[in-house]
Design a protein around this ligand. Structure first.
Ligand SMILES: CC(C)(COP(=O)(O)OP(=O)(O)OC[C@H]1O[C@@H](n2cnc3c(N)ncnc32)[C@H](O)[C@@H]1OP(=O)(O)O)[C@@H](O)C(=O)NCCC(=O)NCCS
Length: 210
């Protein structure tokens, strides 16, 4: 499939419908979980983020030091997720997560500078998204430290990142893309494209996902 054959708003095709949220079919425990998460979200909201009410589940660790974690409206952050924005006095860090994006159990998202995730994304469990390696490689030639420093990560709207995937520094992922479970993304991913493997390679173009 060529890029211009992918159904999109530009070529007149309707974007894939979002999966509807069916509250009636939801088990009681899930309703309770969302209500408790919304209450934690109210606390987050009261800390000065007007206009947005995120749902924050249990044991979520939000670490801010010279940085900000910004959660979108109805963004759902599941148990044991770590969101870390740790910058410096001169370079503030930002983790920004869009509206209605869900981040599942045990995922770690860490910014020394900037990690931006769009709206309506599904970030599965045990993923890692980082804009910095955190350590420098000591190169063989003259023992020089090769440090690239933090490089922003940008994930577009409606991206699905499969279980255990890792997105490394400097990567941009286009909207409607799919990252397969366990992939390690070291290079940019075009919109509406499925990538897999370590390092991740393009498998095929897709129309989206739901
Ligand atoms: C190992 C690492 C530090 C090397 O960084 P680097 O020297 O900047 O590497 P590059 O980005 O230049 O990549 C070099 C090649 O290795 C590949 N590569 C890099 N990391 C990879 C990984 N984790 N798995 C598979 N391939 C990888 C790249 O795709 C690239 O391949 P190419 O030359 O064919 O395009 C980095 O890739 C990494 O894994 N960072 C994460 C560190 C981490 O987990 N920190 C958490 C807190 S301690």
């Amino acid at each position: 499939m060529r890029v211009d054959e992918v159904p999109n708003e530009a070529n007149g095709a309707a974007p894939p419908a979002l999966r509807p949220l069916d509250a009636h079919a939801m088990p009681l425990w899930r309703k309770g979980q969302i209500i408790a998460g919304a209450l934690r979200g109210v606390f987050h909201h009261l800390r000065g983020r007007p206009g947005r009410l995120p749902i924050i589940h249990r044991q979520v660790s939000i670490r801010e030091h010279h940085g900000t974690v910004r959660l979108g409206h109805l963004a759902e952050i599941h148990d044991r997720v770590v969101l870390s924005a740790i910058g410096t006095e001169t370079d503030q860090a930002l983790v920004a997560i869009g509206n209605r994006t869900s981040v599942w159990y045990g995922t770690v998202i860490t910014a020394r500078r900037n990690v931006t995730i769009g709206s309506e994304c599904a970030i599965s469990w045990n993923c890692s998204i980082l804009d910095d390696d955190m350590h420098d490689v000591l190169e063989l030639q003259d023992y020089k430290l090769s440090s690239r420093g933090p490089q922003p990560v940008v994930i577009g709207d409606h991206v699905w990142i499969g279980a255990g995937a890792i997105v490394l520094k400097g990567v941009t992922i286009g909207r409607d893309a799919i990252v397969a479970a366990g992939a390690i993304v070291t290079r940019d991913v075009p919109a509406a494209t499925l990538v897999a493997g370590a390092p991740a390679c393009v498998i095929r173009r897709v129309a989206g996902w739901r």
